[in-house]
Design a protein around this ligand. Structure first.
Ligand code: 5AD
Ligand code: SF4
Length: 467
């Protein structure tokens, strides 16, 4: 019942659109830049959709824009610094064009300290709102224009699920499809539960409706998004009840020429049922992004991850036994507070044992308000950077031979972009690796069969079969 109240639908705001239109001689243009994860990229697509619905045009560079919107990420300090730098650089543009509106939204704007800093030190920022503000953007813009005053919103609670938000997708063949929002896990290093609020799942019928629309419009690859997709369904009741594997089974049995990916799987909630589903469903990519974060039980405990290395490895072994050819990727944090040389070596041992195809590696970044921020952290940044170097070298030594060994096989790929070399295309394999092969750009967005002929570091090389 609680959920009933929190599900709402986007409503076109005609009054706001009229107010905005009255302020411009020609339709204003908006430039939206998103930082960070795919969830945020998807939010950026919705921001563009809402702006189009409100009478804005969308432009690809900030120079021609009447509204510049930074949709920000708070997960690491570096990302925040970049945003402050990029916002600072707009001061000149604003002096040249006083009509220009500048907005900062997304995860950074969910932190009071950031809002205070923007209020005090960035007077040329017109608009600040958090992750729940996408559907209210037209009203905020109208108020800003009408009152001629900055519109800065303090962080608000985020517990709604808003359906039917207009969207302008970046790609015509790959789509992001959020199935849930927020996170309840409170890994001790992570700011996401504080900025994106409590975990809530979309109803299966709403996910299905968007999914079918995507498939019917020709989308070939659909990536289901959630901070922890494996806990999908918590809080759904009655006809909506079901877990992530049930949702996958529902989606995978829809007719059409598509494949499904998903991220992110938290190991603590990855069930055998999920793995059996991946094994059974041909539309599901045989690749699991299963972030381990560390190979030390002590660190995992301090990170509040709720699994140990043995449990993680059992999961990997189960998946290997059930899903022929399955590949894994992972996230690793180097230099979590108190990580010793021995802890770090356990991470090296683990990545050797699992044999990940891809690794996303991060040096620990202290985030205010999280539990880990209070832990003593005696290791110097230089030591952490040196560990990172060793991690990357170890990973290359593991992954490059695995990738090279794929030469000789024939694979189906989705052509996704022009390659680096002229006249080539990049295609993505089921296992998320990329192959470069000669091909016409007009083939982008299609499935092709490619014979793998070799590799260069992590990049596969190949040729289309039948050529
Ligand atoms: N410092 C470094 N990396 C982090 N991540 C999340 N929070 C932090 C942090 N404070 C990493 C985790 C997560 C990925 C998306 O970002 O590895 O899985
Ligand atoms: Fe952050 Fe952990 Fe939630 Fe992922 S599962 S968003 S790492 S708190």
């Amino acid at each position: 019942m609680e959920l009933e109240k929190k599900n709402t639908s986007y409503q076109h705001n005609e009054t706001a659109a009229a107010t905005i239109a009255a302020h411009y001689d020609t339709p204003p243009l908006a430039y939206v830049r998103s930082y960070g994860c795919q969830q945020n990229v998807n939010d950026g697509e919705k921001l563009r959709g809402v702006l189009l619905d409100t009478g804005f045009g969308i432009c690809d560079t900030p120079d021609e824009a009447d509204l510049i919107l930074f949709n920000t990420c708070a997960v690491r300090e570096h990302a925040e610094q970049r945003v402050f730098g990029n916002v600072g650089a707009l001061k000149k543009l604003k002096e040249q064009n006083p009509r220009l509106m500048i907005g900062v939204c997304g995860c950074m704007a969910q932190q009071q300290s950031v809002v205070d800093k923007l209020r005090a030190s960035y007077p040329y920022v017109d608009l600040v709102f958090g992750v729940d503000g996408i559907d209210r953007l037209p009203a905020m813009l109208a108020e800003r224009l009408q009152k001629g005053k900055r519109y800065l919103e303090n962080p608000r609670q985020r517990d709604a699920v808003v359906e039917q938000v207009p969207i302008r997708r970046d790609s015509g063949f790959r789509a992001w499809l959020p199935i849930m929002y927020g996170c309840d896990n409170f890994c001790t290093y992570c700011i996401v539960p504080y900025v994106r609020g409590r975990e809530r799942s979309r109803r299966p019928a709403d996910v299905l409706a968007e999914f079918r629309q995507l498939v019917e419009s020709g989308y070939k690859e659909i990536t289901l998004l959630g901070q922890n997709v494996n806990s999908y369904g918590k809080g759904l009741t009655g006809a909506d009840a079901g877990d992530f594997a049930d949702l996958l089974n529902l989606l995978c049995t829809q007719p059409g020429d598509y494949q499904i990916r998903f991220m992110t799987s938290h190991p603590k909630d990855a069930s055998h049922k999920l793995i059996d589903t991946i094994a059974a469903q041909p539309k599901l990519c045989k690749h699991i992004h299963l972030p381990v974060q560390s190979g030390s039980d002590d660190m995992l405990q301090k990170m509040n991850r709720h699994y140990n290395v043995a449990q993680y490895l059992e999961l990997v072994e189960y998946a290997r036994a059930k899903i022929p050819g399955v590949t894994f990727s992972s996230d690793i944090i180097v230099g979590f507070p108190g990580e010793s040389e021995e802890d770090f070596e356990k991470t090296l041992a683990l990545i050797k044992q699992v044999g990940y195809m891809q690794l996303f590696t991060f040096i620990y970044s202290k985030r205010g308000g999280t539990k880990a921020a209070e832990l003593p952290d005696p290791t110097t940044h230089a030591e952490k950077a040196a560990r990172m170097e060793r991690l990357l070298r170890t990973q290359d030594d593991i992954a490059f031979p695995m990738i090279a060994a794929l030469a000789g096989s024939r694979v189906r790929v989705l052509a996704e972009a022009a390659g680096r070399a002229a006249g080539t295309l990049n295609g993505r394999l089921d296992n998320n690796l990329v192959v470069e092969f000669p091909g016409e750009e007009s083939l982008v967005g299609q499935y092709l069969e490619v014979e793998l002929t070799g590799s260069r570091a992590a990049l596969l090389l190949g040729r289309q079969t039948g050529e």
